[in-house]
Design a protein around this ligand. Structure first.
Ligand code: UD1
Length: 362
């Protein structure tokens, strides 16, 4: 059984479902927790990525952390009870991930965690808590980059249950890139390829404090005088801007284009053609590294250090001076071009299927 709930989960699960089907034809079920429910945050991802429709939708929707996590646990427990399960796979670091892992562990059902071992060492991030707890109780830890293996070892999680398999998000990217590029989304917005910045922000640390959000939006609007900016606005960010009374900053004007969250292929097309990406998304840090597109990461830390050490990402926090310096460096052409990352090769899901087949025989 695969449990998915939020946008990045859909992208990670799609290749794993496909690889398991191709390999051994084992019966698979998909549970959608309903953490993300808007058509543009959910349905379209299933369609574009060829992810089978969920067998069950828990329809939990939004809520604060305790409510959302508890609702998922209560509803998911009933689903687990009705099915005879050999393994439950959970993905990434969202509330749906930890909620499902907790339920299964308490019911004696083995859990596999895809994207295990990542650590930002910043426990003020909800995702970090989700990662640490999920890894502590998972039976199979499927790791995307070497730092993850090291982090788990430090937490005394080691041995055969830890497997470095590579990055499934890159599997999806590698599969979708050619079709995505044909969409020429930037041109549809009147942009010239390699002559615009793509912006996304949604982390609580950047959007929940009205002062921080307003300062960032003003800065990015200034950037749009130098290079056009396409801003893909996450629902959380739009809602925060409305609460903060600064939603007028989202109004488009020359060089400043705001758009709703894009579907997978459209977003990939925009990333691939961008001069730079400015984001606080973990997934986009990885995707820009693969695409060799400069990425200004609006965070003080990252659980994906390889994107900074070998990739095209730099941590700039939410300090306007640091962000501006990095922005100007990209424009002057002074930016690392990045390297290929081992096992980010489009075959991570095949390796996961292999690990699961071996594990099942034990
Ligand atoms: C969640 C994940 C985050 C991930 C992000 C990807 C957690 C703790 N956070 O953050 O790690 O990077 O997904 O997008 O799990 N909303 C809608 N429609 C939707 C979904 C959400 O309008 O379909 C709005 C609601 O107002 C909601 C808010 O967005 O309250 C936040 O949604 P939520 O799922 O709680 O967290 P994200 O910020 O999306």
């Amino acid at each position: 059984m695969h449990v998915v709930g939020a946008r990045p989960n859909f992208i990670k699960a799609a290749p794993v479902v496909r690889a398991l089907s191709a390999r051994n034809g084992c019966r698979q079920l998909i549970v959608h927790t309903g953490q993300h429910y808007d058509a543009e945050m959910s349905d379209i991802f299933f369609r574009q990525l060829g992810l089978p429709q969920p067998d069950v939708n828990l329809e939990v929707g939004s809520g604060n952390h305790a409510v959302q996590t508890a609702q998922i646990m209560m509803r998911f427990e009933n689903v687990v009870r009705k099915n005879k399960l050999n393994l439950v796979l959970v993905y990434g670091d969202v509330n749906s991930t930890v909620a499902a892992a907790l339920v299964c562990t308490k019911m004696g059902i083995p859990v596999g965690h895809v994207e295990a071992g990542l650590r930002s060492f910043d426990r003020s991030m909800p995702e970090e808590i989700n990662r640490v707890l999920t890894d502590a109780i998972s039976n199979l830890l499927l790791v995307s980059e070497p730092s993850g293996v090291e982090n788990l070892r430090r937490e005394s999680i080691d041995g055969d249950r830890v497997q470095l398999v590579g990055n499934v998000m890159i599997d999806t990217l590698a599969r979708e890139l050619v079709e995505s590029k044909k969409l020429r989304v930037a041109q549809e917005f009147g942009m010239v390829p390699k002559d615009y910045a793509l912006l996304t922000i949604h982390r609580p640390s950047n959007v929940d404090d009205p002062n921080v959000l307003e300062r960032l939006l003003c800065l990015f609007r200034e950037f749009s005088l130098d290079v056009p900016v396409i801003f893909s606005v996450h629902p959380r960010t739009r809602r925060s801007a409305e609460h903060a009374g600064c939603s007028d900053l989202l109004r488009p004007e020359h060089g400043w284009i705001t758009i709703p969250p894009m579907a997978y292929r459209e977003n990939l097309s925009l990333m691939a053609e961008a001069r730079m990406v400015i984001t606080d998304s973990g997934g986009m840090q990885e995707e820009t590294t693969f695409l060799r597109v400069p990425c200004l990461t609006l965070r003080w830390n990252t659980e994906r250090p390889i994107t900074v050490e070998k990739g095209t990402s730099r941590l700039v926090g939410n300090d306007p001076n640091l962000i501006r310096t990095a922005f100007e460096e990209v424009l002057s052409g002074n930016w690392p071009t990045g390297q290929d990352i081992p096992m980010w090769d489009g075959k991570a899901a095949d390796r996961i299927a292999e690990v699961i087949a071996r594990w099942a025989k034990q």
